[in-house]
Write a protein that binds this ligand. Sequence first.
Ligand SMILES: CC(=O)CC(=O)SCCNC(=O)CCNC(=O)[C@H](O)C(C)(C)COP(=O)(O)OP(=O)(O)OC[C@H]1O[C@@H](n2cnc3c(N)ncnc32)[C@H](O)[C@@H]1OP(=O)(O)O
Ligand SMILES: NC(=O)C1=CN([C@@H]2O[C@H](COP(=O)(O)OP(=O)(O)OC[C@H]3O[C@@H](n4cnc5c(N)ncnc54)[C@H](OP(=O)(O)O)[C@@H]3O)[C@@H](O)[C@H]2O)C=CC1
Length: 283
Amino acid sequence: MKINRVMVIGAGQMGSGIAQVCAQAGYEVVLNDLKEEFLERGLNGITKNLSRSVEKGRMAEDEKETVLRRLTKSTDLQDAKEVDIVIEAAVENMEIKTKIFSQLDEIAPKHAILASNTSSLPITEIAAATKRPEKVIGMHFMNPVPVMKLVEIIRGLATTDEVYQAIEDMTKSLSKVPVEVEDFPGFVSNRILMPMINEAIFTLYEGVASKEAIDEVMKLGMNHPMGPLTLADFIGLDTCLYIMETLHEGFGDDKYRPCPLLRKYVKAGWLGRKTGRGFYSYE
Ligand SMILES: CC(=O)CC(=O)SCCNC(=O)CCNC(=O)[C@H](O)C(C)(C)COP(=O)(O)OP(=O)(O)OC[C@H]1O[C@@H](n2cnc3c(N)ncnc32)[C@H](O)[C@@H]1OP(=O)(O)O
Ligand SMILES: NC(=O)C1=CN([C@@H]2O[C@H](COP(=O)(O)OP(=O)(O)OC[C@H]3O[C@@H](n4cnc5c(N)ncnc54)[C@H](OP(=O)(O)O)[C@@H]3O)[C@@H](O)[C@H]2O)C=CC1
């Protein structure tokens, strides 16, 4: 299965990172979002990353221009007509994702793979919104995409070996390391990471320590590159809450109950770094 043309849906922090690494690996990339301004923001981020690589002498200026030329903007899903794979990285919401997948199923060529970068939602349920569940798969990148090596690959119940192999090959072509996991809520990464972050928020909520102290303990004591509250801000508190809700509902176990403080911050619109305020302020 030959993949040349890629559509990435969602030009947020994940979608723009995925578009960047795909373009750097030589794929033609259509980056789709609802509005032109989100695409501009995503492309500005990509340009900044590439410029930093040029400044550091890791990339030539003409290579940067070549990479940028491989990226096309789109605000119309109809642009999926000529791609070999779509990687969806819109918000972590089942209703939105299933709507996108059922539309893509009508638009994308028959041979096209429909992949989701979902952090936690069941791939089998997303696949059921299409008439090609055998070509639907989870391709879960980590944030920041240009830096992190892992891609978790999740098969839905109907995903074929051929489609799995194509995604594994593509992951390697992006200089990333594929790890296969089964389709259960949160997969492996967020089943382990997100309860740790949620517990850090409970620790703050219960007044056990200040936010700085909690982060310092995990950074200096456990050698984590970022403390859990800084990491939550980095991921996005809305995304953290969606993931906890998926774990809570999916396993029906109260050990996954989202911390009320997390809910409160999301209700306030304090979503972390992307909105300028979360547990910390970024203005
Ligand atoms: C929620 C989910 O579904 C799954 C997830 O993704 S969970 C989140 C997983 N990610 C993590 O846990 C990240 C934890 N944090 C880290 O690993 C590090 O703090 C970090 C890599 C983000 C930054 O590292 P740092 O050493 O503190 O900072 P810094 O020196 O500025 O950056 C290191 C390198 O990363 C690059 N980098 C940092 N942020 C970047 C970004 N957003 N985009 C591109 N490159 C970035 C820098 O340019 C730098 O590159 P060079 O060394 O080659 O110059
Ligand atoms: N943040 C992280 O660390 C990680 C996140 N993920 C997953 O990646 C996905 C995206 O997360 P992230 O990039 O952080 O989120 P962001 O909020 O940064 O970006 C999401 C983007 O998708 C756009 N969008 C929403 N609905 C649609 C739609 N119907 N069609 C096209 N674009 C749409 C949003 O626009 P608008 O602003 O208008 O809503 C926004 O620009 C989620 O599923 C998340 O769980 C996976 C790994 C790590």
